[in-house]
Design a protein around this ligand. Structure first.
Ligand code: PEP
Ligand code: MN
Length: 274
C-alpha cells in the first residue's frame, strides 16, 4: 500500500508554488459553480486578496436534481475557459471537478488540481484516467465510505506513479439529528484517524459537510484544530443567490474574518495561513 505510513513521515509536495503537508495550510475558496465569467472573475480577485491560495469552482457539476440550471449545461466548457482566464488575470491556481474522462484534455489545460467529487470516489476508471495525466488530485471522500475504502481509492492514483494526492473530508451521511437541512455530518475524527495510517495530506470542506452557512466558520476552525492540512470553503459575493446550494456559501466579509481566526487557531497547532 503506497498510501500507508511506513515511518513517521507525512507527504510534503508543492502545487503551483503552494506547499502541502508543511507549515502553511492551503485555503481553497470559491463558488460552488462557475456560474458566469463575471462571478468567477469577481471571486478570484477577492479571495486572492483576502488570502486564499487556490480558486475552487465546478464547471462540470454533479447536481442532485437534473432540473435546475439547464443553462449551465451549455456553459460547462466555457466555465473551464473562464476559470483559466481568471487564473491568469489574478494569478491564483485553480481546482475544478472532473466528471467524465472525455473532458480531461480541456480541464487539464486549466486546472492545477483535478477534483474527484464524492460521488465518483470509487469510479476507478475515472480516477485512473485522472491519475495518468500526472496532475495533482484531490479525492473527496464519499459520504458513505469508510476510511479503508477512501484510502483504497487513493491507491488507484498512487499506483499510477502520481504522488500528489490530497484527501478531502466533506461530511458523511448519518440520521439527520441536528436540523432537517443538515445534509451531512462533518467527520473530524477521521483526520487523526487517517493520520495514524497514511502520509497523505487531508483537507476539510466544512461547506459541503454542514450545508448551512452559520456553522461553516466554527467547523473550519475545529478542522484546523483537528489537524487538517488545508480547508476548502465555498465563498460567493451574494450567497443567497448562489445558483447551487445557496444555504452553504459564506460571503467575502465572513471569509475575511474567518481567515484571521483560522490563522489564530493554526498558530496553536504550529501552522499558519497568512
Ligand atoms: C464540490 O466541491 O463542488 C462538490 C460537489 O463536492 P462533493 O463532491 O464533496 O459533494
Ligand atoms: Mn457542491
Amino acid at each position: 500500500m503506497v498510501a500507508k505510513k511506513t515511518k513517521n513521515h507525512t507527504s510534503k509536495f508543492k502545487i503551483s508554488g503552494v506547499e502541502f503537508g508543511g507549515k502553511t495550510l492551503p485555503i481553497f475558496a470559491g463558488p460552488n459553480m462557475v456560474e458566469s465569467k463575471k462571478l468567477i472573475f469577481d471571486v478570484a480577485k477577492n479571495v486572492k486578496k483576502i488570502g486564499a491560495h487556490f480558486l475552487r469552482g465546478g464547471a462540470f457539476k454533479p447536481l442532485t436534481f437534473p432540473y435546475r440550471s439547464k443553462k449551465y449545461n451549455e456553459t460547462r466548457e466555457e466555465g473551464i475557459q473562464w476559470l483559466g482566464e481568471a487564473k491568469r488575470k489574478y494569478k491564483i491556481p485553480v481546482i475544478t471537478e472532473v466528471m467524465e474522462e472525455k473532458f480531461l484534455p480541456l480541464i487539464c489545460e486549466v486546472a492545477d488540481i483535478l477534483q474527484i467529487g464524492s460521488r465518483n470516489m470509487q469510479n476507478y476508471p475515472l480516477i485512473t484516467a485522472c491519475a495518468k495525466t500526472g496532475k495533482p488530485i484531490m479525492l473527496k471522500r464519499h459520504y458513505g465510505s469508510s476510511l479503508r475504502d477512501w484510502l483504497g481509492a487513493a491507491e488507484y492514483i498512487l499506483i499510477e506513479g502520481n504522488k500528489k494526492v490530497i484527501l478531502c473530508e466533506r461530511g458523511v451521511s448519518v440520521p439527520h439529528t441536528h436540523r432537517t437541512t443538515s445534509r451531512f455530518l462533518l467527520d473530524l475524527q477521521v483526520v487523526p484517524a487517517a493520520k495514524e495510517i497514511t502520509h497523505l495530506p487531508i483537507v476539510v470542506d466544512p461547506s459541503h459537510a454542514t450545508f448551512w452557512r452559520p456553522w461553516v466558520s466554527s467547523m473550519a476552525l475545529a478542522s484546523i484544530a483537528s489537524g487538517a492540512d488545508g480547508i476548502m470553503l465555498e465563498v460567493h459575493p451574494d450567497p443567497k443567490n448562489s445558483a447551487v446550494d445557496p444555504l452553504q456559501p459564506i460571503d467575502y466579509s465572513d471569509f475575511k474574518k474567518l481567515i484571521l481566526n483560522m490563522n489564530k487557531v493554526a498558530k496553536i497547532v504550529n501552522k499558519k495561513i497568512i
